[in-house]
Design a protein. Structure first.
Length: 283
């Protein structure tokens, strides 16, 4: 067994443990880690403060740790995080802040907080939209941040033909191919949404998840909205990462041959896989 496989095994063990503790689906968490960092716990974004297995930016990380840290033995961290009158989170002591932010690179802490974050996003989106959150909805929340995704989806419900570039001008400047078509015409919100859905649906068919894929370095990809950046790992192609994400997202859309599974209710098969992995890796 190589060092890389041992490291990957430990990361998967941490994800499995987070799944068993929080009830958030193992496949979903694994797919997100694969997509956002290529299972690289030390991945860093070049364009934002995003870092770690799930590419949390600083404010998002402080927020989820403040809210859920005490539930998972991180009370010291949660209690050290304060909120300013403007709503910005901060830590008074520089050393403590550095220690809290460094937890993003710890697979155990990152997986637990990612699970809680996913649960919060799903609940918030469903409350705002007054409907069940689809896989594409939640996927967009990871790219755009919860605020950006909620704004996008609520506006799309009211006016699907609205211009995405007009609603998110800064993001459109940074991600021209997402917000504009090949004729340089602005895409509608509906067109942007459908494009995300199509990428998720078609990636598995056109991508190979072979371990022998040619190593290639990938820069930050897709969207950088509301301070949320997704980085694909240094040995992971965007197509391969999307293929992993598609497997997880199909649990929302019912595209698997089995009945669609709820992200917060792992199937017996995924639960069994998680516990077998923990036992095998000594987690």
């Amino acid at each position: 067994m190589t060092v890389n496989s041992i490291t990957t095994g430990r990361i998967q063990s941490a994800i499995a443990l987070a799944s068993s503790k929080t009830g958030v689906d193992f496949d979903y968490l694994l797919g997100q880690a694969k997509l956002e960092s290529g299972l690289n716990a030390n991945a860093k974004a070049g364009t934002s403060s995003a870092s770690g297995l799930y590419q949390f930016i600083e404010q998002s990380w402080l927020s989820v740790v403040k809210k859920h840290g005490a539930e998972h033995g991180l009370g010291w961290a949660a209690n050290s995080i304060g909120t300013s009158s403007s709503g910005r989170l901060s830590v008074g002591d520089a050393g403590t802040k550095a220690a809290i932010l460094a937890l993003r690179n710890d697979p155990g802490a990152a997986s637990l907080m990612a699970a809680e974050y996913a649960s919060d996003n799903k609940a918030s989106l469903e409350g705002s939209l007054n409907r069940p959150a689809s896989g594409t909805d939640l996927y967009m929340a990871h790219f755009m941040g919860l605020g950006g995704a909620t704004k996008f989806l609520k506006t799309m419900q009211a006016n699907p033909q609205a211009s995405g570039a007009a609603l998110f001008p800064a993001a459109a400047r940074a991600n021209h191919n997402v917000f504009y078509d090949s004729n340089n015409q602005p895409r509608t919100l509906s067109a942007i949404y459908d494009r995300f859905a199509d990428k998720l649906g078609g990636a598995a068919a056109g991508a190979s998840v072979s371990a022998s894929a040619t190593p290639t370095n990938y820069a930050s990809q897709a969207l950088d909205m509301d301070g949320s950046t997704v980085v694909t790992g240094s040995n992971e192609s965007a197509d391969n990462a999307l293929a992993w994400a598609t497997t997880a997202m199909n649990k929302f859309t019912g595209k698997t041959t089995q009945a669609a599974a709820n992200i917060l209710r792992p199937t017996p098969d995924t639960a069994r896989l998680a516990y077998m992995m923990l036992a095998r890796l000594g987690g």
